[in-house]
Design a protein. Structure first.
Length: 505
């Protein structure tokens, strides 16, 4: 049975033969003037017109002096019909001249070619380009798995996504929708007068979330920096600087585990609007989520893990304290640590021995959340677990914080932002004491942010959501939902054998 090395060796032989003909198998330019879908979706208009198309070969069939080649570009597939007497003579003055019909044996599936000819149909009614000239654009040295063979091994698919997306077009199309997801998010915010401002990824002090950061070193300044875990504090500094509506879309980094819902690196959006509170935010971001779903998937009805939701209509609001009391009898304002530990133990949740009451409360809530279909807004979280949210004037024990719960996950996080510098400093100090006690996910003290608040920041509503929303609505795991998921570096034995002169370690 032929191995990958055997196929590669044969293609290298063909590559050398092509070069010996004076043909460049990797030219820099192409004269393509028509995308494939412009032909297949508008055949009546394109019929008998001369076009130049280009794409990757996905199939070759030969019948005597007639050859059928199927090529694919990003827009679709089309058949090329080649008949010996229809092929123009090559331009001998051009070293990159056309491949004649007698040289078609030098082409393989996976190669990129350019074809010029008239649009028409074959006797079987297949829309085709009746080729007069043919040019190689790229000689592929490795064969692409065909549709029949499939490419289903998850490990291989993740390591070679470029192959995965060629063989499994539904995977490629997923990332078209991912792009639409963020385009729609940006469109909604921009049309509502938000300004997009990119803020730093490297920070002296990282904050805005409970997460363990990545640490790096900046040689130019001789200091350690953190990769941001959130966009929050720099964007709120912009509100303090006089901006009224700002947002940023980009990566954030949390040095935690990999799961179906979490990746250490992922794309997120955060936005902040001055002179708004959480009631304004709930209405606005519910509208945004619906807008993004309509633009990305064309529907508000979704299914995931045997659950179904309809996002249309107004979503109900449920108080954090009420749902914790109802489900587990927990009093979130006077939590019993032993009770929380018992609940977590009975539900097979393990925490570090240093975990405080706040971390335990959060994990009990997660037990409730995972079985909550939604959609609903979870509101009024205790101040002890919301260090950046403004307390509710009607009940200082809770904050004006809101989460949309859909399919058992928090699809965003928002609150009326805390702008009292003295209150903020006290909460930072409380978080710092938790860090000092061993909670590496507790927030750091950011004294510069406190100083900004002392200069004054207006009432503000903040919001953030990550691409987890996309993964959930798309119905895939986190690693399936990104183009190139992180994996341990490995060099296969086949690769080592092919590149035997390369030192990999």
């Amino acid at each position: 049975m032929a191995t990958l090395q055997d196929y590669r060796n044969e293609r290298i032989r063909k590559l050398e033969e092509i070069r010996a003909m004076g043909v460049d198998p990797y030219p820099a330019s192409t004269k393509r003037d028509t995308k494939i879908d412009a032909i297949t979706t508008n055949f009546n208009e394109m019929n008998e017109k001369t076009v130049t198309v280009a794409g990757r070969i996905t199939g070759i069939r030969k019948f005597g002096k007639i050859t059928f080649i199927v090529i694919r570009d990003f827009s679709g597939e089309i058949q090329l019909f080649l008949k010996f007497e229809n092929i123009d003579g090559g331009d001998k003055s051009d070293k990159n001249h056309d491949l004649f019909i007698k040289n078609l044996n030098l082409l393989d599936t996976g190669d990129f070619i350019e074809a010029t000819g008239e649009v028409g149909k074959t006797k079987t009614g297949e829309i085709s380009v009746m080729v007069r000239r043919l040019k190689i654009l790229t000689k592929a040295l490795r064969p692409m798995p065909n549709k029949q063979e499939g490419f289903t091994n998850k490990e291989e698919r993740f390591r070679r996504r470029y192959v995965d997306m060629n063989v499994n077009l539904d995977v490629r199309n997923r990332f078209v929708r991912r792009a639409k997801f963020w385009q729609a998010t940006r469109e909604f915010l921009l049309k509502n007068d938000f300004i997009e401002i990119n803020i730093p990824v490297l920070e002296h002090t990282t904050g805005g979330a409970d997460a363990n950061p990545f640490v790096t070193h900046m040689d130019a300044l001789g200091q350690d920096f953190y990769l941001r875990i959130s966009h929050e504090l720099p964007l709120k500094r912009l509100i303090g600087a006089g901006f009224e509506k700002v947002f940023d879309i980009g990566p954030r980094f949390r040095n935690e585990g990999i799961s179906d819902e979490h990746l250490p690196e992922h794309i997120a959006m955060e936005s902040y609007a001055a002179y708004q509170d959480y009631n304004d935010g709930i209405k606005f971001y519910e509208e945004m989520i619906k807008f993004v779903c309509e633009k990305t998937w064309g529907t508000l009805q979704f299914s995931y893990n045997d659950m179904s939701v309809d996002l249309s209509g107004e979503w109900p609001r449920i108080k954090y304290a009420d749902i914790m009391k109802e489900k587990f009898g927990v009093d979130v304002f006077n939590p019993d640590k032993k009770q929380l530990q018992r609940i977590l133990t009975e539900n097979h949740v393990k925490l570090d021995s240093e975990a405080g009451v706040e971390r335990m409360l959060d994990n009990v809530w997660k037990l409730i959340r995972k079985d909550s279909v939604g959609p609903f807004w979870m509101i009024d979280e205790p101040a002890s677990i919301s260090p950046l949210a403004k307390s509710d004037p009607k009940d200082p024990c809770v904050t004006q914080r809101f989460h949309p719960i859909i399919f058992g996950t928090e699809m965003g996080n928002g609150f009326s932002e805390l702008n009292d510098p003295i209150d903020q400093l006290e909460r930072f100090l409380e978080q710092q004491s938790l860090r000092d006690a061993g909670d590496n996910e507790a927030m750091m003290l950011d004294i510069d942010f406190v100083e900004m608040l002392e200069y004054g920041m207006p009432p503000t509503c903040g919001w953030g959501n990550s691409e987890r929303n996309f993964w959930i609505f798309e119905g895939v795991s986190a690693r399936e939902g990104v183009p190139f998921p992180h994996m341990k570096k490995e060099i296969s034995e086949t690769t080592r054998a092919i590149y035997s002169d390369v030192r990999f370690e």
